[in-house]
Design a protein around this ligand. Structure first.
Ligand code: C2E
Ligand code: MG
Ligand code: MG
Ligand code: MG
Length: 289
């Protein structure tokens, strides 16, 4: 009896497993389709100077609005794209579409002078990166001078000396580099020591803990001080409250990106935002402090 019910459980388990496997395969199939049909879309999240509230740039984030499933987050489909050889198609779309939308908006080079695009770890370590980037730059000549690539510590670390060579070459071509989710890897100091980079983005988790953890505040302050000496700009990401903003200002971070100052938005909203609401963004320190 016990044996039989055990087998029943295994059968159920296998069935559940194959259902989720089928769902995963269906997701990959649909993703392949939307990439091929250019049906992904973009949002842009502005970044601001903490010193004067000025717009410093924006990060481009990809979106998938699926008719069947609703919004599927990049946290779900980017890893899937990576493991199914679809990621370079996404990056190519993101660069091409950002170039098109930003040129049409009339903001590129005028109000928007830095555009950050995410490069996934798998792509960064692919042998095809250089040639696919060259193709992208060629196809997006207006965006090219303003383009910054965001990579993660883990991506750069898998072969540090190869990363140094790659970044050095790409920076000679005029590309800028940012280390995304800074502090979440195991060798953040090795990054600062070795990599030729323009910016680091302090991970949201640190920003979240700033207020009630003095140790975190000490770390962020030290990182900002080091970065200043190295002429690397420090962006605090995921800033949601005025209190967090005051903390990152106190720590010496240079720029802020987060829901407090602006959510990620479509290009038309971004145009409105830059025209109308920008002046009301509460970055500048109150006069009476
Ligand atoms: P990321 O590059 O670290 O991007 C920042 C994420 O934080 C975005 O989530 C953004 O919407 C979110 N965010 C911004 N401000 C706040 C805030 O104040 N609070 C909170 N809780 N979240 C905030 P999103 O768009 O869901 O993207 C998640 C991740 O997916 C990104 O993390 C990035 O790793 C990846 N991703 C997004 N777009 C692309 C892309 O075009 N290519 C690649 N390779 N990866 C992408
Ligand atoms: Mg990013
Ligand atoms: Mg990040
Ligand atoms: Mg992240």
């Amino acid at each position: 009896e016990a044996k039989r019910s055990g087998q029943g459980m295994i059968r159920q388990f296998n069935q559940a497993l194959s259902e989720s496997e089928q769902e995963r395969q269906a997701l990959v199939r649909d993703l392949r389709q939307v990439i091929a049909n250019d049906q992904l879309s973009l949002v842009y999240q502005p970044q601001f100077s903490i010193a004067d509230g000025g717009l410093t740039g924006c990060e481009v984030l990809v979106r998938w609005q699926c008719p069947k499933r609703g919004a599927v987050g990049p946290d779900v489909f980017i890893p899937l794209a990576e493991s199914n050889n679809l990621i370079s198609g996404i990056t190519a779309f993101v660069v091409r579409q950002a170039n098109k939308e930003l040129v049409e908006s009339g903001m590129l080079g005028d109000t928007i002078r830095r555009v950050s695009v995410n490069i996934s770890a798998q792509e960064f370590n692919s042998e095809k990166l250089m040639s696919s980037l060259l193709t992208m730059l060629h196809q997006s000549p207006q965006l090219y001078p303003y383009l910054q690539l965001e990579i993660t510590e883990t991506a750069a670390l898998s072969d540090l000396s190869a990363s140094v060579r790659l970044l050095t070459r790409l920076r000679e071509l005029g590309l800028k580099f940012s280390i995304d989710d800074f502090g979440t890897g195991y060798s953040s100091l090795a990054m600062l020591k070795n990599l030729p980079i323009d910016e680091i983005k302090i991970d949201r988790d640190f920003i979240h803990d700033l207020l009630d953890q003095p140790r975190v505040r000490a770390i962020v302050e030290a990182v900002a001080t080091m970065a200043r000496t190295l002429e690397i700009s420090v962006v605090a990401e995921g800033v949601e409250t005025q209190e967090q903003l005051e903390q990152i200002r106190f720590c010496g971070c240079h720029e802020v990106q987060g829901y407090l100052t602006a959510r990620p938005m479509e290009i038309d909203q971004l145009t409105d935002f830059v025209r109308n609401q920008w002046s009301s963004v509460s970055v500048v320190q109150p006069v009476n402090q």
